[in-house]
Design a binder for this molecule. Sequence first.
Ligand code: SF4
Length: 124
Amino acid sequence: MMAGGYVSVNVGAAQDANAIPIAKAKADESILAASCIGCGACVAACKNSSAMLFVAAKVSQYALLPQGQPEARIRAKRMVAKMDELGFGGCTNTRACEAECPKGISISHIARLNREFIVAKLRD
Ligand code: SF4
């Protein structure tokens, strides 16, 4: 989370929260991603000990919202780098994580994390 699982807050004049239109479908998907409780069941279920579902949920919850865009380029790179540093394995799409997740987090978030990461690397 320290590597990028946060959003910047502009401490200037307060903005009306309703002034930033967000499509309901995106808001709903972001909230679903944010429902990850960090239990680690996905990592425990994965034969590779991959933390991709957990990290993808954290990246997704911000990637879907305008408030998450200021750090979008660094978030995916830093969180993937931290995952590698801590020794978690890679995702091989077995979907064991999705089956065990008590919050029903979809592996579609892993696809979003991969897109966020690739786009960030291409912009380097
Ligand atoms: S199993 Fe689901 S709720 Fe638990 S850490 Fe993984 S993605 Fe989050």
